[in-house]
Design a protein around this ligand. Sequence first.
Ligand code: NAP
Ligand code: 3JN
Length: 342
Amino acid sequence: MSKKSLRVAVCGATGAVGREMLKVLEERDFPATEVVPFASSRSAGSTVPFKDAELTVRELKEDSFQGFDLALFSAGGGTSLKFAPLAAKAGCVVVDNSSAWRMDPEVPLVVPEVNPEHLERHKGIIANPNCSTIQMVVTLKPIHDEAKIKRIVVSTYQAVSGTGHKAIMELETQVRRLFNGQDVIPDVYPHQIAFNCLPQIDVFLDNGYTKEEMKMVNETIKIMGDDSIRVTATTVRVPVFYGHSEAVNIETEEKLTAEDCRLLLAKAPGVTVVDYPEKKAYPMAVHAAGEDDVFVGRIREDESIDKGLNLWIVADNIRKGAALNAVQIAEELLRRDLVRVP
Ligand code: NAP
Ligand code: 3JN
């Protein structure tokens, strides 16, 4: 790193993702000379823990970015749309966790294990993909490089933490109420989430898919840099606190056996293979929570087609799915000496 000082703004620092970002910056000893938390006027003046201190949260304003080199955003799409260009104009490189900029052709959409080279063409804003996309592409990229993926069919089982702090409380409250013989009143979700599965994440679109499903389709193609890959998704919210799981079926151009696939993924960066059916060992959300890697198991050949595989992929949605991936992008920017707006 060529810079002597590195001032980092964390925007949305009081939220589920923002707090995890501060934790990840601390754990990885990110070489910031100063870290400043920002949020809305609602929580300005409150504090968030960082290293041995409590940092005072500042209100995010138009002129907040003067003197900052890097800004990590997780304050919702509206905030990113308004403030990310202002930050970039002030010379601050933005890593944005929202969907606001992901599909903008001028904005690189990056998973460091998959397409770090896309950072080279950044113009001040870099987008972090959706959590469900990240864990899938980390696993599928090595397979695509080896055997060329033609088609992906994915079903997700997504934890409530993906919706934020209020949703975590909603699941906890509903479980408590049901055990006490009380009725539940859905608020964050359209239906009861406790002991239930909701085949709706985000709003429905005109094609009958949800926005979350189409994020997975479009983001996967952009990150893999190959629009010949066909992708279809069903995204489901399940009563799990942390950790998204995915059942993924792929069809490839070249034959890859299940054993070849295990050996390939065992060498893949950011991936841990847990695939010992004889010991009932496979990835699970409760084990992935709090971990950095993407876990893959249940690797089997799809016997209904010539060249296909089934995989079960699990990761911590708040860490690799959001906060950790954003910090890894920042680290890669530093390694490549790209922390400046061209
Ligand atoms: P959350 O727990 O509700 O936190 C929202 C954060 O945004 C809070 O710090 C809030 O500050 C701040 N905020 C809201 N409006 C603001 C404004 N006008 N100006 C400044 N700060 C504002 O939500 P979360 O779960 O952390 O998610 C935050 C965002 O991250 C989501 O909206 C989404 O865009 C993104 N996200 C991405 C993924 C992914 O898949 N990569 C996953 C989850 C979330 P206050 O305390 O002041 O309200
Ligand atoms: O629901 C999940 O598990 C992931 C949620 C992600 C999310 C939640 C609110 C707004 C996003 C996102 O990252 O796609 C957004 C958004 O920025 O659109």
